[in-house]
Design a binder for this molecule. Structure first.
Ligand code: FES
Length: 182
């Protein structure tokens, strides 16, 4: 076999190898790029900033705390019923409300409101919160997270797409920073 034939066969295999590698790189790269761009292409920012209604003011009697549900504005086609999210609404007086995330500030279990004791209780590790959402006892290091709210045209609306975290100003009571975020 001549040297020229060997070289051309080696060159052919080299080209096939490069082509194969390029195909594998494309097959792996397309989903990764799609994932990275998904937040832009799905309009995620809009969803996170939108306000959603909880119901008319009259649905929440003064001095009481009621459960309400809303559809999370950041929704994908596969989310199904999981976008229906619960929250606790406390009408303090008039148009003054507090809207609490239903999840415990410890590890996220759903808390329940007990009218008789005027406490939110967490079934997982015994965390308890006063009616204003502040910590009463148990493992949580802070009070319940709160959603920003406003009353518009007789409707209570909340900014619900972004879940509060310990460091965010909206996560604390009346705009004060929680102790753990200091
Ligand atoms: S999750 Fe609520 S006390 Fe632990």
């Amino acid at each position: 076999m001549s040297t020229e034939t060997l070289l051309s066969r080696r060159g052919l295999f080299m080209k096939i190898g490069i082509l194969f590698n390029a195909l594998v790189a494309a097959a792996l790269g397309v989903p990764i790029v799609g994932f990275l761009l998904s937040s832009v292409t799905r309009g995620r920012a809009d969803g996170y900033l939108s306000w959603v209604p909880l119901g008319p003011v009259s649905q929440f009697p003064e001095g009481e705390t009621r459960m309400a549900t809303f559809r999370n504005p950041y929704v994908t086609p596969t989310d199904g019923k999981t976008v229906d999210t619960a929250c606790w609404v406390r009408r303090v007086q008039g148009d003054r409300f507090q809207v609490f995330a239903v999840n415990c500030a410890h590890l996220g279990c759903p808390v329940r409101w007990f009218q008789q004791s005027k406490l939110f209780m967490c079934p997982c590790h015994g965390g308890a919160y006063y009616q204003d959402g502040s910590r009463a006892s148990g493992p949580p290091e802070r009070g319940l997270f709160e959603y920003p709210y406003k009353v518009q045209n007789g409707l209570v609306t909340i900014q619900a797409g972004e879940l509060p975290t310990p460091g965010s100003p909206t996560a604390s009571l009346f705009g004060k920073k929680p102790p753990c975020a200091a």
